[in-house]
Design a binder for this molecule. Structure first.
Ligand SMILES: C[S@@+](CC[C@H](N)C(=O)[O-])C[C@H]1O[C@@H](n2cnc3c(N)ncnc32)[C@H](O)[C@@H]1O
Ligand code: SF4
Length: 451
């Protein structure tokens, strides 16, 4: 059987599966787990361990048709200014619940478009965050940047306030693709923003690309990859375009007929992998690439890669505090997602301080499944001995997962000892394999394509 036939037989070109940025995925969160849990779990955060902070800015001046992120269009800055006032209130409320003197190892501003904030408003937001948490010595501060919405004075302010990684959205440079996804963005515009950032001393640059976009061909994607390599990013995230118009209404503007089929998507993903690894980038997990000197590549080499809501990370913190509409907090005990609609989030912040609306309490068996899925997604391994050391009470579950993996997928793994490692050619199947493990606790459909 050829490699392609094997991937087809296991459903790569048909399956709809979660991306497993969390376990369980957010669509399994429950409305019974809201602000009260958030409040209690905040009080229980270990005072001596750094937390990570995520702040969601759900505003964009343009609304790209392909985008599945939680955001809303705005033509004026007034709702954005008001939103930041609520964020300051939410952070203050969290501080009343959290232990005193917590340190922050990571701060990520995501969206939407965080760079829509004018400098004075960004300053108010960062003052609130820094008033709440002291930075650790190895603090990392990253921001998602749309190069068409990035004023030079704001970029310089972010660097002056310690931003050490910029994540630039590119998606694709081909004009025909950009027209079909409603996202015009020239190479020159992108280059200018990167030059400003580098001149101001930015240490690390990430670029986001997508494969599987309308009208994308191997030739056009090859040219985009060449342009992107010339921008010399330290990291790249190359996600498969998730076409989910039933969830993200804007995507109805993208015609199904213009999308590459599953085989063509797979070809584009492999093309990106070949080009980038050929240029010295390390392939990380299913969709990231990094220079060997980058901290993500080093964490991968050391077996320390983790998964969070942005994809892969080297962040080792046990607590992620999410602020803003739809932001998710992760605690040792489980997850809480803030009210998703901006208006509902504002009502909750005003009323209760805490805005958690739904979440999930991790049961002991969920913790094991979460670790098995993290090991598969981050390291392509299943190591029953390591799992048994970590979860001594869960021997039956670990053994059952091992039997299922060996019975269903055994030939895809190298298994010199007890531990199993997914062979390189079979790695595109990892989300499908993870979903089979997930089947122990039951997960339903509604996801994006497996490739
Ligand atoms: C919040 S968005 C972009 C940040 C910034 N507003 C920009 O436009 O550059 C973060 C990333 O999510 C990814 N993304 C958005 N919609 C997606 C989709 N439908 N499928 C896969 N990835 C998507 C894109 O790669 C995008 O760069
Ligand atoms: S890709 Fe960025 S700018 Fe475009 S709609 Fe999504 S968040 Fe807004």
């Amino acid at each position: 059987m050829t490699g392609i036939d094997l991937l087809r037989r296991h459903g790569l070109f048909d399956a709809k599966v979660p991306r497993y940025t969390s376990y369980p995925p957010a669509n399994h969160f429950d409305r019974d787990v809201g602000a009260q849990f958030q409040q209690q779990w905040m009080a229980d955060v270990p005072a001596d361990q750094p937390v990570s902070v995520y702040i969601h800015i759900p505003f964009c001046r343009r609304l790209c048709w392909f985008c599945a992120c939680r955001t809303q269009g705005t033509t004026t800055i007034r709702p954005v200014e008001a939103y930041v006032d609520y964020l300051r209130d939410e952070i203050a409320a969290a501080c009343r619940n959290l232990p005193q003197g917590l340190t922050m190892g990571r701060l990520h501003l995501g969206g939407g478009t965080p760079t829509i904030l004018p400098p004075a408003v960004m300053t108010r937001l960062l003052d609130a965050v820094e008033g709440a948490f002291d930075r650790t010595h190895d603090f990392e501060f990253s921001v998602e940047i749309d190069p068409t919405e990035a004023a030079p004075d704001l970029l310089r302010l972010l660097i002056a306030r310690g931003m050490n990684r910029a994540s630039i959205g590119v998606q694709d440079f081909a004009p025909v693709v950009q027209a079909a996804i409603g996202r015009p963005q020239s190479l020159a515009q992108t280059q200018t923003v990167i030059d400003i950032l580098r001149d101001a001393g930015l240490p690390s640059l990430n670029i986001d690309l997508l494969y599987g976009l309308p009208h994308q061909t191997s030739d056009s994607f090859g040219r985009t990859l060449d342009h992107v390599l010339a921008l010399s990013p330290d990291r790249l995230a190359i996600y498969g375009y998730a076409h989910v118009p039933w969830m993200s209404k804007r995507q109805v503007l993208i015609k199904d007929a213009d999308l590459p089929d599953a085989m063509a998507r797979f070809g584009l993903a492999m093309q990106a992998q070949d080009v980038l690894t050929g240029r010295g980038y390390r392939a990380i997990g299913i969709d990231h690439f990094a220079r060997p000197t980058d901290t993500l590549a080093k964490a991968d080499a050391a077996g320390l890669l983790r998964r969070n809501f942005q994809g892969y990370t080297d962040d080792q913190s046990a607590t992620l505090l999410g602020f803003g509409a739809s932001a998710i907090s992760a605690f040792g005990q489980g997850f809480v997602q803030n009210a998703v609609a901006t208006s509902a989030w504002q009502v909750r912040v005003t009323r209760d301080g805490m805005s958690g609306q739904k979440g999930y309490v991790l049961r002991p068996q969920d913790q094991v499944v979460a670790q098995i899925i993290a090991d598969l997604m981050c390291r392509f391994t299943f190591d029953p001995d390591a799992l048994a050391r970590r979860f001594p009470d869960q021997a039956r579950l670990i053994a059952t997962a091992g039997s299922m993996l060996r019975d269903r997928f055994g030939p895809l793994f190298d298994a010199p000892g007890n531990a199993m490692t997914l062979q390189g050619d079979a790695r595109p199947l990892v989300r499908i394999i993870a979903q089979h493990v997930d089947g122990f606790v039951g997960v339903s459909g509604g996801y994006s394509a497996a490739i």
